[in-house]
Ligand binder design. Structure first.
Ligand code: ADP
Ligand code: MG
Length: 255
């Protein structure tokens, strides 16, 4: 016996009005199961509500993943630890638990080009979205350009507030493009605002001694910035040759 169509349609209408997509998707299937297995009414209600809760949980995570604007999704599963020097799976899986986000602490991924820094930064970002954290991936040059534009259009405060709501800010490769003084200062202010309040991830192929070149030779600003960044920070150093180059070489080598 199925519920009369009228009742079914009314339930569907209620799920729309009350925004209960999980209930809408599951109530009929679960009702069949409940009838077949003679569940008490309370059990049926419980199952339907659990489905709604699971559906909301997943939709928040999907939303967080969208908002994070990862250039592409990379995961720890697809990272080949055997081919990576300097980082190990245990350490990364510990970081994946996200205690550093709660603390909050920073993460610095340093190493040569192509050694998986961005991959790992994204992978840890993805893990954070699974814990419903607000994550944002930005290339350093884009971030500074956005800050400069916001400053010119008097929207800097709004942008700063928005960025401060981000729980894990990934700043990819400051150093590819040097910043002028104002750009450097804006980035400095951003990191100062986040200091001990929000977690920040920075990837870099520069040694700390080279950072001053990124900030228009401003030693004082560079030292202060690195100081804040590195104070509560885990530093992961990736080593060796570019992963892609190495793969290419392995494939080309006669066996
Ligand atoms: P980096 O940011 O250090 O310059 P990327 O993280 O961008 O390097 O890595 C370059 C490419 O190689 C990416 O496609 C990345 O997914 C891949 N890659 C690098 N290291 C590994 C690894 N150990 N396992 C799997 N893929 C890797
Ligand atoms: Mg990179």
């Amino acid at each position: 016996m199925t519920a009369p169509t009228v009742v079914r349609d009314l339930v569907v209408a209620h799920t729309r009005a009350l925004k209960l997509p999980g209930v809408a998707r599951t109530f009929e299937g679960l009702a069949r199961q409940a009838r077949d297995s003679h569940w008490p009414h309370e059990d049926y209600l419980h199952e339907v509500l659990s489905a709604e809760q699971a559906s909301r949980h997943e939709s928040v995570i999907r939303q967080r993943l969208r908002e994070a604007r990862f250039p592409e999704v990379k995961t720890l599963d697809t990272f080949d630890f055997a081919a990576a020097d300097g980082v190990n799976a245990t350490q990364l899986h510990t970081l994946a638990r996200g205690e550093w986000v709660t603390a909050p602490e920073n993460l610095i991924l340093a190493g040569p080009i192509g050694t998986g820094k961005t991959h790992l930064a994204i992978a840890l970002g993805v893990e954070a979205t699974k814990q419903k954290r607000r994550v944002l991936f930005t290339r350093a040059a884009d971030l500074v350009r956005q800050l400069l534009e916001a400053r010119d259009t008097r929207e800097l405060t709004r942008l700063q507030q928005r960025l401060l709501r981000v729980e894990v800010l990934i700043v990819d490769e400051p150093g590819f493009v040097p910043f002028d003084r104002v750009g450097g200062e804006l980035l400095f202010n951003l990191l100062t605002d986040r200091y001990e309040r929000r977690a920040t991830v920075v990837t870099t192929n520069l040694a700390f001694a080279e950072w001053v070149t990124v900030f228009a030779g401003d030693e004082k600003l560079t030292t202060a910035l690195l100081d804040r960044l590195a104070h509560h920070a885990t530093v992961l150093t990736t080593k060796g040759k570019s992963y892609r180059m190495r793969r290419r070489r392995t494939r080309e080598e006669p066996s």
